[in-house]
Design a protein around this ligand. Structure first.
Ligand code: AHM
Length: 336
């Protein structure tokens, strides 16, 4: 095999990044490596789905009142396991767990970070071979190092995020993560089992042609949201419309596509569910951070998502995220 010297693995990249920061300890690199490891394990199982008994329901209902799939449980165990045994994470919160897990051992109590995740987003798509993903957010803890972490470490505003990312298990498997310095994407090379840098310094185009929303809920959206959807559908030379509607039902896949190609993703509140479906801490905040670093915007319809003060681990919020100019067009409709 010819070795391609241009290849930069996730580990090499994150180590290079922290070396540019005087005083950095490398803990974030180590945490990202742990996430990459868990993602590789989940990827192996996702690829075998259909062959082994991993499809379908685990027979329980999670804290959100949703049926838990076996792969959800597997993914949750993998991420929790590697972070617990790593050296950088004091505790975690997960979509699958009612409460935070405080790792509470000497190494973990001396770690700088806490991590929140949705281990397997888009679970309704697992059984039908459609792309699914993992979403994560990393915060520096506000409690004292040396002591166990606590819930206030998790209930921080999104603007305090140190890093956020996602893994998409799709036609190839990619890990994309953002720090304030930029957004970078790594594709899993199955021949060497490494995430390698494939999408350096991702920028979200200011204007795209795609809008993503569940149209089935159209008549349950507010008048302002419906007005914007009409704008998307109208032929309008100044905005390049009509836009194309694309909705996979896996936010990771929908937002990933819009990040690369330009577009807007919306999960508005409905008359039945005024706060929508998506969770602030481990679904909306990480994507708001990634898209903002890439040049786009994210709002709950009233406020910037990253400015929201969380009050509960599993709280939901309406969510609009995407290309800058499309978001500004949306904001005009929401204000009218
Ligand atoms: P999940 O956490 O149960 O997987 O739900 C989250 C998913 C998102 O990925 C997706 O955008 C949304 O639910 C789709 O919901 P809907 O089918 O209501 O449009």
């Amino acid at each position: 095999m010819v070795i391609n010297r241009q290849v930069l693995t996730l580990d090499e990249f994150t180590i290079q990044q922290y070396r540019n920061f005087p005083g950095a300890t490398g803990e974030l690199s180590s945490l990202l490596r742990d996430i990459g490891l868990a993602a590789k394990r989940v990827n192996v199982e996702v690829n075998k789905a259909g062959l082994v008994d991993i499809l379908g329901d685990a027979g329980s209902v999670n804290v959100q009142g949703e049926e838990v799939k076996k792969l959800d449980v597997f993914a949750n165990d993998q991420f929790t396991g590697v972070l617990k045994h790593g050296i950088s994470c004091a505790g975690i919160a997960s979509e699958e767990l009612d409460d935070i897990i405080v790792f509470d051992d000497e190494v973990s109590n001396n770690s700088k970070y806490v991590c929140m995740y949705d281990p397997l987003d888009g679970s309704a798509n697992i059984d039908v071979n459609v792309s699914i993903g993992t979403i994560f957010a990393v915060f520096r803890r506000v409690t004292k190092k040396g002591e166990p972490c606590a819930v206030q470490d998790f209930l921080q505003k999104g603007i305090n995020m140190v890093a956020a990312g996602y893994v998409i298990y799709g036609s190839s498997t990619m890990l994309v993560y953002a720090t304030r310095r930029g957004v970078n994407g790594f594709t899993l090379d199955p021949s060497i089992g490494e995430f390698t840098l494939s999408h350096p310094d991702i920028k979200c185009p200011d204007l795209g042609k795609i809008y993503s929303v569940n149209h089935g809920n159209f008549f349950q959206y507010s008048e302002e949201v419906r007005k914007y959807i009409n704008v998307c559908q109208n032929k309008n030379k100044s905005n390049g419309g009509p836009y194309t509607q694309r909705y996979i039902g896996s936010m990771v896949a929908d937002v990933h596509r819009n990040l690369i190609k330009g577009g807007i993703f919306m999960y508005p509140g409905t008359t039945d569910k005024p706060n929508g479906k998506l969770r602030l801490l481990y679904e909306c905040n990480p994507f708001a951070f990634i898209i903002e670093v890439a040049g786009g915007k994210a709002t709950n319809g009233k406020e910037r998502v990253l400015d929201l003060q969380p009050t509960e681990l599993h709280q939901r919020t309406p969510f609009f995220v995407g290309s800058k100019l499309m978001m500004e067009e949306l904001e005009k409709c929401l204000e009218s």
